[in-house]
Design a protein around this ligand. Sequence first.
Ligand code: CDP
Length: 196
Amino acid sequence: MIFTVAIDGPAAAGKGTISRAVAARFGFAHLDTGLLYRAVGAKGGDPVAAAEGLSAEDLARDDLRTLEAGQAASRVAVIPEVRAALMAFQRRFARAEGGAVLDGRDIGTVICPEAEVKLYVTASAEVRAHRRWLELGGDAAHILAEVQERDARDMGRADAPLRPAADAVILDTSEMTVDEAVARAISVIETRMAQE
Ligand code: CDP
C-alpha cells in the first residue's frame, strides 16, 4: 500500500509528537524532514555540498535539537540548491511501499502534493514557544523571539515557503491536549483510508 501523510506547520507546533503517534498507530515509516535541514546547518561549510553529501552519521548528531541548530536550519533552508539536493530522498520516502508520515514545512505543497492526507498543524506563537520552553528550558522570551524569527523566515522565503496546501486540514492545537490532537489526526486519516 502506498499512503502518504504530510504534516506541515510552523516551529514547535507539535508536528513531531503527532507524526510519531500516527506512524505508530498505522505502522507507517516516519521521516522528520526538519532533521535534514538541521543536519545541513550544523555541518557548517558550504551548505549545498553538505546537503549533497548528507550521511546517516550527520543525522545522528546529538546537538540537532538546540535553538541554534533550528536557526541554522532555517538559514540554509532558504537556499534552493539545498532544498533540491534533499528532495529526491524525501519523495522516495513518501511514496515507498507500506505507508509514510513526513513532517516539515513543504511536504503537502512541494515534496508530495499527491499525499492522501495533508495536515497543517499550528498553534499561537505563545503556546508554541511555551511548549518549546518546557522541552528545552532557558529564557522564555528568547525562545518566543526565536520561534517568531524562524516562522517569518520560513513563511517569507521564495522557494517552498511555509503555507498550508489548498486541500490541507488545519489543526490548531492551541487549546488541545496532545491526546486530543493525536486523536483528531488519526480520525482524519481513518476517514480518508475508508475511501480507498
Ligand atoms: O521542530 P521545529 O518545528 O522547531 O523545526 P524543524 O521541523 O526541525 O525544522 C527546522 C527548520 O528547517 C525550519 O525552521 C525550516 O526552516 C526548515 N525546514 C524546511 O525548510 N522544510 C522542511 N520540510 C522541514 C524543515
